[in-house]
Ligand binder design. Structure first.
Ligand SMILES: Nc1nc2c(ncn2[C@@H]2O[C@H](COP(=O)(O)OP(=O)(O)OP(=O)(O)O)[C@@H](O)[C@H]2O)c(=O)[nH]1
Ligand SMILES: [Mg+2]
Length: 239
């Protein structure tokens, strides 16, 4: 499969300083890049348009307002599928995810994975420069979801992922309403429920150096209440 059929969805909200270095860093990875900007007040969308006119591997999806990561990704997935992508990737635009890891995620699909997760919590994975509270919330969140959902995946909340086209065509994207970490948990859980092969590969995650975090208490709260609802839906055969 030519790698140009891989599309990296890059959601942005106020990532003006990170966007150009990230898009350029992805330039030699054999992927297309789809920037999904929710009308960032800092002009990230205008910058994305300029980059798209300069670089032929870049596309832009501009959305009217900030609705959270989940809806932005869903819009990006639909666009990537309509454009014929065979592989669809998710990645943060704050350098927490290393663009040099993209080929490793793609390579794992060649070895039979349907969904590849860049994982902080498998052997060889790591987190750099995060404080104790963020580590606790992240590790605790993944453990909570793993136990309640009864799955073996170690990193359920990470956002560095690669899906085969068929996965996104099979899971019911219209039924997904999660916005934050819950979106990552829900997409992986739906893929597992549908019988797809989910593989974790180790990554080192680092805290952003530029720009502000969009993490909020509401995003954490959503993940806490969504997880048992997902399990219940599965038990009732609705998922
Ligand atoms: N389009 C869009 N992008 C978003 C939205 N919220 C966050 N993002 C982007 O999604 C990616 C991850 O968001 P972050 O703010 O880094 O959230 P996080 O990684 O959970 O938090 P930190 O680790 O503290 O940075 C970044 O590229 C953000 O710009 C949103 O509502 N819409
Ligand atoms: Mg981040």
């Amino acid at each position: 499969m030519p790698q140009s059929q891989a599309v990296v969805c890059l959601p942005t909200y106020n990532e003006h300083e990170n966007l150009e270095p990230m898009v350029r860093a992805l330039g030699d990875k054999g992927v297309r890049v789809l920037v999904i900007d929710d009308s960032s007040p800092d002009g990230t969308g205008e910058l994305a348009d300029r980059l798209a006119s300069e670089l032929d591997y870049v596309d832009v999806l501009l959305r009217g307002r900030k609705e959270g990561l989940g809806p932005a990704y869903l819009a990006g997935f639909r666009r990537a599928l309509a454009d014929g992508a065979e592989l669809v990737l998710e990645m943060d635009c704050d350098f927490s995810h290393n663009p040099d890891d993209v080929p490793r995620l793609i390579a794992a699909t060649d070895e039979g994975a349907d969904v590849v997760l860049g994982s902080r919590y498998v052997s060889g994975g790591a987190i750099g420069n995060w404080g104790a509270l963020r580590r606790f919330v992240s590790a605790g969140g993944s453990l909570y979801a793993r136990i309640l959902l009864g799955v073996g995946v170690r990193d359920l909340t990470g956002g560095f992922k690669c899906y085969r086209r068929q996965v996104l065509e099979t899971i019911d994207l219209d039924a997904i309403h999660s916005k934050g970490y819950a979106f990552q948990i829900e997409t992986t859980y739906r893929a597992l429920r549908a019988g797809f092969r989910v593989v974790e590969i180790p990554i080192t995650f680092v805290d952003r150096e530029v720009g502000g975090s969009k993490m909020s208490k509401a995003i954490v709260a959503e993940a806490i209440w969504k997880v048992p609802r997902l399990r219940l839906a599965a038990l009732r055969g609705r998922l």
